[in-house]
Design a protein around this ligand. Sequence first.
Ligand code: KIV
Length: 278
Amino acid sequence: MPAYMQSPDVAKRKPVTVPGLRAMKARGEKIVVLTCYDASFAAHMEAAGVDVALVGDSLGNVVQGQTSTVPVTLDQMVYHASLVARGLSATLQVVDLPFMQFRDPATALAASARLMAEGGAAMVKLEGGSEWTCEVIAALASHEVPVCAHLGLTPQSVHKMGGYRMQGKTDDAAARLRAEARAVTDAGAELLVLESIPAALAADITRALPIPTIGIGAGADCDGQVLVCYDMLGITPGRRPKFSKDFLAGRGSIREAIAAYADDVRAGRFPGPDQIAG
Ligand code: KIV
């Protein structure tokens, strides 16, 4: 991190590592995750003690103003990841593989190499839990690429799903999600994002797996929580998701808002009864 971004008042933190995330789950410590797209926000997240900064392809929505994440390119993800990397030192950086960049093992390996070598990613994230996705996860894991899987509402599938809808509501859909969660874990995923699924299902999956789960609209019983940082600051124009909360309201700075989010996740206060899962 360049010196001008370092906060003199912030104590040096122990770096968050991939095995460290599993240790946090074992100790029952909640994992604090926020999306991040540039160096200044990264430096604030670093100073506020966020565990994981996710360079999400949600940047397509909140930075680029696209209607979905589908148009986001690998070059754009590498660019934003490299900006975020300059703002971080102890916070772990996870970066999304964009649409079609994990369609087969060779493509996923080449894209991950760029996200790690040029973008500074410590882990890559990909959506889905099908058989072929598990083959891709296994290929990445066997090449020392840590993988975060993402199940439930997977925004890159918006056209197939016909909109952004809660997933896993029927018994069949819940059983499918449980099986996919087990399959991505067995394939070698080290972390699992669960998006917009019933809280009870997310709690069951979390209990069943050795790897940590990170919830977004998935209730309070996941091992950690993630929000799109613009939603968490209440600066997303238009409608904010019901499972989100404006942490900037009533606070004096972005740093304080991020620190309040981190405190609330760690204390199990977020999500609360007002933040509806799904
Ligand atoms: O792209 C993203 O920001 C994400 C999170 C919402 C989990 O995938």
